[in-house]
Design a protein around this ligand. Sequence first.
Ligand code: 5GP
Ligand code: ZN
Length: 110
Amino acid sequence: MTCIFCAIAAGDIPATLAYESDDVVAFHDIDPKAPVHLVVIPRAHHANAAELAAADPALAGALLTVAAQLGAEHHGGFRIVLNTGPDGGQTVDHVHAHVLAGRGFGWPPG
Ligand code: 5GP
Ligand code: ZN
């Protein structure tokens, strides 16, 4: 199985890291959609947010905690996004939270 985010977590594909612990890694998105755009992943492979929450609620909590801490470092509002499934805009099937900040965000999202 080839998973690009497992490869980033293992250090086999380079990324600009913003955070790492035993369980969670955050890196800058290669195609940023905001001035701050971080991608936060568990090191363990879970396909999406629903599967992570069902399989390992503590790890889901750790992911959210890191995402919120990274967002708060930018001293303003921020948005955490978990695209889930193809209709939800998910293109990489390893659960990830987007942390977006540094511009205004409308509601509902486009
Ligand atoms: P999704 O569309 O699945 O919610 O988000 C996947 C995100 O991963 C996209 O924003 C995309 O730009 C980012 N991405 C995909 N491949 C890479 C990569 O190799 N490196 C980095 N840093 N980001 C990636
Ligand atoms: Zn993976």
